[in-house]
Design a protein around this ligand. Structure first.
Ligand code: MTE
Length: 388
């Protein structure tokens, strides 16, 4: 076993032995050792084994998320060695002329930029009732960045997609532990040929970091984060949807809403694609005691392939709603920051809620749509505060 993985395993065991695992990424071991993941300060650690980092909602105050504050979701170990000189991206399957590109060749292809809000399908899972298994993400498995790189369409056109090509599969270079199935997923050809679907090599104007898929990742804007395969090494055009764990049973949603706690048969589900409409309150924080006066309620709202058209705020437990002001920065697929000027009438306990509506006429529901994996949680957001 290589030393890095051994280190992570030893560290994970030591953390467990410490009985309490603090939420921050830096913590003291019993022997007073401190483990840090450089550049990831203040992130909430949801899993140490494969590195899953959540962004605290307090960080939802810039339109573009600084890369060290961008959430990280890994299903397995990140690749150990990634040498840009040795790396190749192959394009094959149902195409006339399969080919492979080196890093230098990929870099010479015209680049395009997309500001995209990337959200993990499991974001908010911890809020589902009854509780469901899986990484217990709170509200922060979502972030926004400007991604840049060649259009996937340009690579597919160069390869010449045959009329039999209906889906496009991505394979990542993850280190697959034991019998775990590899991280391979596919998207329909229409989305693959969309001019905003990228093979991204940059994030916020700098090369992708390793956590986010260096040297290249798929960027499937507006769709669940799982569609955007990191450490991309193979693109394959298929005549049907890829069959594998990360297409089924994972990342599927019931065709019909059921009662909370109900099981759902696999044949009554479909693959997750675009994100739902959603808003999150970044401040004030839940449980805060606030001084009376003018208070700012603020946060972010996003809607996948649709645009956010309004965010409303309630400070009386949902009896009445008032519009929040949407932030200046906007781009298709990107979240809108919003704020609301609140002047509480009298001291006391308040329930503050936010509710977004999008250009497809979708509004956040009061209760989430139940599904056994807790995907696409998007109920109206809420914090409880005390005004002194
Ligand atoms: N790609 C590979 N190769 N392996 C992974 O585990 N996780 C996916 C996706 N791409 C994953 C992957 C999931 S579930 C999400 S939500 C996004 O990457 C997260 O991207 P980020 O870590 O850059 O935020």
């Amino acid at each position: 076993m290589n030393s890095r993985r051994q280190f992570i395993k030893d560290s994970a065991q030591a953390a467990l032995a410490a009985a309490t695992v603090p939420s921050l990424l830096c913590w003291a071991f019993p022997q007073k050792q401190v483990v840090e993941v450089p550049g990831e300060d203040g992130m909430i650690l949801r899993s140490f084994r494969f590195i899953d980092l959540e962004s605290p909602v307090e960080y939802f105050n810039t339109w573009l998320t600084p890369t060290p504050h961008f959430f990280v979701r890994n299903h397995m170990y990140e690749p150990v060695e990634l040498d840009r000189g040795m790396w190749r991206l192959s394009i094959g399957g149902e195409v006339e002329k399969p080919f492979a590109l080196s890093w230098a060749e990929l870099s010479r292809i015209e680049s395009h930029s997309v500001v995209n809000t990337l959200e993990c399908a499991g974001n908010g899972r911890a809020l589902q009732r009854p509780q469901v298994p899986g990484i217990q993400w709170g509200k922060g498995a979502v972030s926004t960045a400007r991604f840049s790189g060649p259009r996937l369409r340009d690579l597919l056109q160069r390869a010449g997609v045959k009329s039999t090509g209906k889906h496009v599969m991505f394979r990542g270079l993850d280190e697959v532990p034991g019998k775990v199935p590899p991280f391979i997923r596919s998207i329909p050809i229409e989305k693959a040929l969309d001019s905003d679907t990228l093979v991204a090599v940059q994030m916020n104007g700098a090369p992708l970091t390793k956590h986010h898929g260096f040297p290249a990742r798929a960027l499937v804007p507006g769709w669940i984060g799982a569609a955007s395969c990191k450490w991309l090494t193979e693109i394959k055009v298929l005549d049907a949807e890829f069959v594998g764990n990360f297409m089924s049973p994972a990342y599927r949603f019931p065709n019909q809403p059921g009662k909370p706690g109900d099981a759902v048969k696999p044949e009554d589900t479909h693959p997750l694609t675009a994100l739902s409409v959603k808003s999150v309150i970044a401040g004030p924080s839940n449980g805060a005691t606030l001084k009376r006066g003018r208070l700012a309620v603020h946060g972010a709202a996003w809607a996948g392939e649709a645009d956010v058209v309004k965010v409303e705020i309630s400070t009386d437990g949902g009896a009445t709603w008032s519009p929040a002001q949407l932030g200046r920065d906007q781009s298709h697929y990107a979240w809108r920051l919003w704020s609301y000027d609140w002047k509480p009438g009298k001291p006391g306990d308040y329930i503050v809620q936010s509710r977004a509506t999008d250009s497809q006429g979708r509004t956040q529901p009061a209760t989430p749509i139940w599904n056994p994996s807790g995907y696409l949680y998007n109920a109206v957001d809420q914090v409880n505060v005390h005004v002194a």
